[in-house]
Design a protein around this ligand. Sequence first.
Ligand SMILES: [Fe+2]
Length: 283
Amino acid sequence: MLPRLTTDTPERSPVGLGFRFALAETLLERESTNAEFIEVAPENYVGAGGKRRRLLDAATERFDVVSHGLCGDFSGAAPVDDDLTLALKHFLRTHRARWYSDHLCLTHAAGAELHDLIPLPFTTEAVQRAAGRIRELQDRLDLPLAVENVSAYVRMPGAEMDEATFVKSVVEHAGCHLLLDVNNVYVNSQNFGFDPDDYIDALPLDRVVQIHVAGHHREDDGLLIDTHGAPIIDPVYELLERTLPKLPQHPPILLERDHHIPPLAELDVELKTLREIAIRSAS
Ligand SMILES: [Fe+2]
């Protein structure tokens, strides 16, 4: 029973926008927007001052905030960064976070940050390692954690289960929540040839606290790349619309846009479509 962000009507998912420096000033200047909350990556603001900090503070006064990490490593191979975890805990307390989310993937190897989201092997050992790391982080942050299903372009060797079973097993072993990225499900379904609805049906949907949607890029050879650099396509909207009625709650829906950022008015049109889907799905 975690989601509780403000909407104009109580019984539907609120829609929000990833808070990006490039959008911040227009978002704050605009009198009205379809964005009902923002999502912030704390790593981008820990220790930040000046204009970056002022814009964040102004945005958090106006909007509800959810926090989403970029560099948690759930392979369990690298030690937890003590300083970053403490700073993160302070950030999350300051912004009254009710949960914290990060990607269910590998971000570090041989002591170095990879600056990419590398999929984990779908093995029992990886489930146990990830669940252990999630429990540790939940304890240290004193906050529920949600893990996000990631997009992928290769499968790690040695899989003992399919992707949906892996995600479900991690969530159940860790006792954590799920951030369901509907675009990532669609991207992987195309790249690896599975049915996205079957995948979603196999997840622990009662654990979903938030949803991501975004646009992606199709390469000439048909591979889909999760760029967050294009508008959401209709099959992703349709997958979202089929998914929402399956969820026992109304989790917030976040539009991710990180590249080729258009004028806010264009993103507002996408947010309006998401809002209409949320209203239809709730009725
Ligand atoms: Fe996402």
